[in-house]
Design a protein around this ligand. Sequence first.
Ligand SMILES: [Ca+2]
Length: 286
Amino acid sequence: MNIRTFLRASTNGSRYVTLSWSEPQGAYPNIKEDFEAYEPFSDSMSPWQLIDADGAQKTYGFADVTFSHMGQAMSYITFKPSALGVDPQANPNAAAPSGEQYAISFDAVPQYAKNGHSDDWLISPRLSGREQTIKLKAGLLTSNYGAETFDVLYSTTDSAQSSFQLLETERPSAAGWTEYEVTLPEDARFFALRHTTPNGLSLAFDDVSFEGASQPVTGYRIYRDGELIASLPAAVTSFDDYASEDGLHTYMATAMYGDRVCSIQCHNHCYRNRIFVCNHRQSDGC
Ligand SMILES: [Ca+2]
């Protein structure tokens, strides 16, 4: 989160301190997707978009356990090994690097796939549009079937499959999790993780970090000397506080983004009738 805005204060010789501010610009959330919030074994992870482009009606699975969508057409599903009785201590390669869940694409059985290989897309929520380095972990349940392959693509426009251009191709081959960092160019609005293995078992993703699109402010909170004195709607960008006695007060405003809170970067120190210009910034909880 990178907010650049300033809280101003004036007194006009009265006992009212008038605070004013401008809406923070460039409030970009740093998002870490751990895939814990979705239903287990679900083929829906909104706001992520999933595309099954290989058309394969059969995918690989397991002989000894079964779960929703196993063996069927799919792109990615949420996978929760502990719900299948898989002991993470005994099967560390299947354990999630965060929480209990991750996104996984089981390979298309090649003779059923349109082009003879898996072609499954995991498309990100909208991005900030600034140059950024995304991080992700790619996981193989086993190395018995060789490397899995995936492309990292980006789009500068929309999230339609045809709008993406290739940035990198990766070939993780070790069982367990491998971390990747990929720098997206300025103007990248979406990225896609495209699983392309011709004949393996599965490719999983977890802990995908990126800078998301800016979000609208939903309200403000005003604090005097650390105490909440007003909660205001997003359309209000000024507030009059009555100073009952002379003295030094520290004001702070925070911007609300739904249930997230970010401070407006600066404190103003005001004596009645004397104004000290804000000269430092902070960002809490962003
Ligand atoms: Ca996880």
